[in-house]
Design a protein around this ligand. Structure first.
Ligand SMILES: *Cc1c(COP(=O)(O)O)cnc(C)c1O
Length: 403
């Protein structure tokens, strides 16, 4: 079974990162690299990207509504609420699954305090257009580049357009650390207040526990162990293809824990390889695009060429999401079914039909850079063999709970 996601670090990276973390706190060097890459002078390392969003809002300090897409990670509106703001969901564009400048403009009521220009699934939104839409207003523009490290808009790196930006180093993102994320800004006033908000954060840890989790994540996706990992996934979570997810209303403990030393070292180890990482993902995406294009019942997204995604996964629209999922399972390919919800539903907001339809139809093919050529070929061929409506009844099919 080919895993849906695998960490981008190698065992050699882990060993080297342990060495680095023993000697020094690599956070300082990592911050300098990220600052240079994005042309943002202030970089804060945080426990996760969601905490970066939380800290940006707390630092902005003007509670109000935050505009964000309904097709998004549930932890984002949660962070908005934790920070004392309220989400204002906007529907996404059918082709690219991004929030458009026109939709943002329409949502800009006087109580809107911030806009999250979200590069969901690593697909850049039209952040320049969104920036124009908020120009001249007292609105904080934050780029949610959690999944989009290195993605570009008209050649310019995302995370460099807004008042602030966040990046995630979670296991499924462009560069995986143990966990962690970064909050970037080029504004001195904002940086000053972010520092205050993050003051309770504990100093970075470099414990055995961080090493154990990174090692476990790596092992969990190795060919021998993955079948067990996959069974565990299925046992713990339902294989629902669409659901209404309940948001958490309480800030979890450890939210402000900070980025671990091991994570900083792991990300620093991999940052020189970012161009190769992205090039590999793009070449995989091109293969999948060609494979999916001719298959009835499947379609790639339509993303304008000026937006270069980071391809944390390759989204495919499947008329029969559960059917395509089961087909790929039988072919030995695990695919991602996120986001399998619309945040608008979670917060009891009417509307946002495109987000809802996207949640019910989009699956992600694996596109992490450690996939071998043979695995990529296997995934592409498996997708090509899909026959909508027939595949679901093949003999010897394993039982799968349909959504
Ligand atoms: C993954 C993701 C997040 C959350 O990142 P964490 O580091 O897990 O908090 C937020 N927004 C988007 C668009 C994401 O893809």
């Amino acid at each position: 079974m080919i895993p849906r996601y695998a960490p981008t670090y190698t065992y050699a990276d882990l060993v080297a990162a342990v060495e680095i973390a023993r000697r020094e706190d690599a956070g300082e060097r990592l911050r300098a690299r990220l600052a240079e890459l994005h042309g943002m002078r202030h970089v804060f390392l945080v426990e996760s990207a969601r905490v970066g969003l939380y800290a940006a809002l707390r630092a902005w300090g003007r509670p109000g509504r935050v505009v964000l897409p309904a097709y998004d990670c549930i932890v984002v509106p949660e962070a908005i609420r934790f920070a004392g703001h309220d989400p204002r969901f906007v529907d996404v564009d059918e082709g690219s699954l991004s929030m458009t400048p026109a939709a943002v403009r329409e949502a800009l009521a006087p109580d809107v305090s911030a806009v999250f220009a979200t590069h969901a699934l690593g697909i850049p939104c039209d952040v320049e257009g969104i920036r124009d839409a908020v120009r001249g207003r007292d609105v904080l523009l934050v780029e949610d580049a959690a999944a989009a490290l290195g993605a570009r808009v008209r050649g310019r790196i995302v995370g460099s357009f807004g008042d602030a930006a966040v990046i995630s180093f979670q296991a499924t993102k462009v560069i995986a650390g143990e966990t962690g994320g970064a909050l970037l800004t080029d504004r001195d006033d904002l940086a000053e207040r972010i520092r205050e908000v993050l003051r309770p954060a504990r100093p970075p840890r470099a414990g055995a526990r961080e090493l154990a989790t990174s090692l476990a994540r790596k092992l969990a996706t190795s060919p021998l162990v993955y079948p067990a990992t996959h069974l565990a996934y299925r046992a713990i979570g339902s294989e629902a293809m669409f659901e209404v997810v309940e948001p958490h209303s309480e800030m979890p403990p450890g939210y402000l824990a900070g980025c671990s030393r091991l994570s900083s070292a792991l990300v620093l180890r991999q940052i020189d390889r970012l161009p190769a990482n992205l090039e590999r993902r793009r070449s995989i995406a091109r293969r999948y695009e060609a494979a999916v294009a001719g298959v009835p019942g499947l379609a790639p997204l339509s993303i304008p060429e000026v937006f270069e995604p980071s391809w944390i996964q390759f989204p495919v629209r499947a008329r029969d999401k559960a059917g395509f999922y089961r087909h790929m399972q039988r072919e030995g390919v695990d695919v991602t079914w996120t986001y399998r919800y619309s945040c608008a539903d979670s917060y009891g907001v009417q509307g946002c039909p495109v987000s809802r339809a996207a949640a019910a139809t989009v699956l992600g093919l694996p596109s992490y850079p450690t996939l071998s050529d043979e695995q990529v070929r296997h995934v592409a061929d498996a997708a090509r063999r899909y026959r909508a409506g027939i595949a679901a009844h093949g003999a010897g099919a394993p039982r799968a709970k349909a959504g």
